[in-house]
Structures are given as C-alpha cells and as structure tokens.
Design a protein around this ligand. Structure first.
Ligand code: ASC
Length: 149
C-alpha cells in the first residue's frame, strides 16, 4: 500500500536523523544537545508537576508532554561529537574516554522515559507517579558521572 510505504519512509528518515546529525562547528553540537535537553526537561517537568500535585492532573496534557519528552530524549546523543567537550559546556571528558558507560547511561534514561510515556498513555496518575522517579534517577546518575557541576 502506497500510504504505508510512504509512512515507513518518513519513519525511517526520522529515525536515521540523529545518527546523521552534522554540525559545522563544535559550538553547534553543544547548542543542539543543550537545546534538546532543555526542551526535554521542560516537558518532563510539566509531567512532574502533575505527578507531585503541584499542577492539576490533566491526562491528555500528561500524555502529550511525556510523548514530547520521550521524543526529545532520543536527540542529544548524536551531538556529543568528538571535539565538543570544551567551550560553553559542562560535559566531562569521561563522555568520550568512557563512552560505553555514557551510552549505557543515555540508553537507561531513554528507556525510563519511554516507560513514563507509556504510563502517561494509560491516563492513570498512579502509573505516572510510579514511572516518574526512575527517569529523574537516570537523569541524575548521568549528571553525577558525566556533567561538571
Ligand atoms: C529534571 C531536570 C534534571 C533532572 C534532575 C534529576 O527535571 O531538569 O536535570 O530532572 O534534576 O535529578
């Protein structure tokens, strides 16, 4: 079916995007990953406000925000290119010297964020509360090891 084929192409192009990300200058890569993480944190924070009761629970908003955070969670990693560890960045050299560990930490966060997005889709606040903490823990673990204070 043509439509299915077209959708598959779009999906493939979208998934291939991060891996193909090209940056003219190290600063561009730094700006890109900081931007992605900023947007992710903003939408993750909106879900957190509901999970903690600081904002009224709105199931549709929670699902939409968690979906955005999940999408954003996939983007920063291709921008940790070699040579982008100095300048306007708190990235630690260990990102590149211990890259397998960094990748594992990044994947852990993405996995927890996907679980949060799935929980938010259920429309059940208790499911969201249960899935929220592990995401924050994964953010923190990576910051502890790979981000300067
Ligand atoms: C957030 C955010 C982070 C993490 C971290 C978790 O909402 O912006 O960087 O959670 O604070 O400890």
């Amino acid at each position: 079916m043509k439509l299915v084929a077209s959708l598959a192409l779009v999906a493939a192009a979208t998934l291939a995007l991060p891996a193909q990300a090209q940056f003219a200058k190290p600063e561009d890569a730094i700006k890109y990953r900081q931007s992605a993480l900023t947007i992710m944190a903003n939408h993750f924070g909106r879900v957190g406000a509901m999970a903690s009761g600081r904002a009224p629970f709105d199931a549709n908003a929670a699902a939409a925000n968690a979906a955005i955070a999940e999408t954003m969670s996939k983007l920063p990693w291709a921008a940790f290119v070699e040579g982008s560890g100095t300048g306007n960045t708190r990235a630690k050299p260990e990102i590149w010297s211990d890259n397998a560990k960094f990748k594992a930490a990044a994947e852990k966060m993405q996995g927890e964020m996907s679980k949060l997005a799935a929980a938010a889709k259920t429309g059940n606040l208790d499911n969201i509360k249960a899935a929220f903490g592990p995401v924050g823990g994964a953010c923190k673990a990576c910051h502890d090891d790979f981000r300067k204070d």
